[in-house]
Write a protein that binds this ligand. Structure first.
Ligand code: ADP
Length: 448
């Protein structure tokens, strides 16, 4: 008990005792001791009851309490109780006001964000709250859409399926806005509590336009370079080094460089073509002839310097584009040959991988230091520029591989140890795999 409450308590007790003593004295003087004391005691109980009633009715009325008067005569226990009640109510009011201010500030900040923010109830997928940008970007209207089913409200945007994927939902990168198809949106789902999720939509139209400009530029430049290069290449081929023997080394270098440039332009055009495609034709890709072709190409590139081994235990074929998959796999095979010193072994293995399948290209070559692995599929990223150039690399091979695999919803995994070799594995999901019509026995062959 606080000292103040303690002294109020003592004062009330003192007053009680004094009043009872006065009643005793009055009773003795009037010769009516018990009636006077009884009436006084009943009076005291009634007064306390009245004060208790007052406190209870003020509390139950949920009214704003008034500050009790502070005077020397008002410091009994009931006044102290009034004062404490008033103080705790005032403190509660202040705390509530601060919380409301804070909530308002957060809501104002969320409302002012340029990204559309929608709070979605997880189970029902109904809208709980959204900011102003959700009206301009997603077309949600206040207050009609509070409580609306988000999937239905955002049609034709296919978010229902995405919302059901829940925590595993991958961000949608380039979706048309439901109210203006030329506005492109990136959408992410952020689970921030058990019941509530946040849908964030960002306008990426400008970014997409810039990306398109960049793609068009690369495609156009590559295309424009093709014709002059063909001409240069053609004339270089016509020149006979025997006519001017002293020019022979220069001529050979010019031919090599124009060959490199042609390859670079072809690779850039391949990437541009892959980037422009959302999906590829789904045809049956016969893997047995594919592996035979890869082996033949590896042997042509290796000039008998490596052992080329084929292992085919999958007994399945793939769904996808034969042309693009061949381009990806042959890039992996060509890398394996180019980055493996003479005497090494290159194994091309096609096997089941759970319900899916995996095509692995394993070499016993130079290997790649771990620090380079995260960036190795970027365009023009090379571990050793000189080795890449020497072997006729453009720096675009793995970028092409990554694009082709993405278009097949496949994943590239790279394992490598410096000095021991590398394994590039292309993992295909179950939906990309189907049984072969003819089932050849396990093929395993090697050539030196
Ligand atoms: P490049 O045309 O230079 O080979 P890629 O995109 O095909 O370009 O490969 C990028 C880089 O990754 C290469 O420059 C090389 O350093 C490294 N690399 C690719 N494949 C292998 C491999 N099998 N063994 C060692 N290094 C490799």
């Amino acid at each position: 008990m606080s000292p103040r409450a303690h002294s109020a308590w003592l004062k009330t007790l003192g007053t009680l005792v004094a009043v009872l003593l006065a009643a005793v004295v009055l009773g003795v003087l009037s010769g009516q001791l018990w009636p006077v004391v009884t009436v006084t005691a009943l009076g005291i109980v009634a007064w306390h009851y009245w004060r208790l009633h007052g406190v209870l009715s003020r509390l139950t009325a949920r009214q704003r309490l008034v500050s009790p008067p502070i005077s020397p005569s008002s410091n009994g226990i009931w006044n102290e109780l009034d004062r404490l009640l008033y103080r705790s109510q005032a403190e509660m009011r202040n705390r509530k006001r601060r919380l409301i201010d804070m909530l308002r500030a957060y809501r104002a900040a969320a409302a002012a964000l340029p990204d559309a923010i929608v709070v979605v109830e997880r189970n029902s997928q109904r809208v709980q709250w959204f900011n102003e940008a959700a009206t301009t970007l997603l077309g949600l209207q206040y207050p009609d859409d509070i409580g609306a089913a988000l999937g239905e409200r955002l049609q034709p945007l296919s978010v229902s399926h995405w919302l059901s994927a829940g925590r595993n939902a991958e961000p949608l990168m380039d979706e048309p806005s439901p109210i203006a198809p030329d506005v492109r949106l990136s959408l992410r789902l952020i689970p921030y509590s058990e019941e509530l999720w946040l849908l964030v939509a960002r306008d990426v139209s400008k970014l997409m336009r810039l990306e398109q400009v960049r793609r068009d530029f690369v495609a156009n430049v590559s295309h424009e370079l093709r014709t002059p290069l063909t001409v240069i290449h053609g004339y270089l081929d016509m020149l006979d080094p025997a006519d001017q023997p002293e020019w022979a080394p220069m001529l050979a270098e010019m031919q090599r460089q124009s060959q490199r440039m042609t390859q670079l332009v072809e690779d850039l055009l391949t990437i541009s073509r892959l980037e422009a495609q959302d999906r590829l034709p789904d045809e049956s890709v016969a893997m047995a002839p594919m592996l035979t072709t890869l082996k033949r190409e590896a042997e042509a590139l290796s000039h008998q310097r490596h052992a080329i081994v084929i292992e085919d235990s999958a007994q399945v074929d793939l769904w996808g584009s034969t042309k693009e998959l061949h381009s990806a796999f042959s890039n992996l095979v060509s890398n394996a040959v180019r980055y493996t010193p003479a005497g090494g072994t290159i194994t091309i293995r096609f096997a089941r991988d759970g319900d899916g399948a995996v095509l692995q290209v394993r070499d016993s070559g130079y290997g790649i230091p771990p620090a380079h692995l995260p960036r190795i599929t970027e365009r023009f990223y090379r571990v050793s520029t000189s080795r890449s150039r020497e072997t006729g690399g453009t720096g675009l091979g793995l970028s092409i591989v990554k694009h082709v695999l993405n278009l097949h919803q496949a994943r590239l995994e790279i394992e490598s140890q410096v000095g021991l070799g590398s394994t590039f594995s292309s993992h295909f999901g179950a939906e990309r795999v189907h049984h072969r019509d003819r089932r050849p026995a396990l093929v395993s062959s090697a050539s030196q």
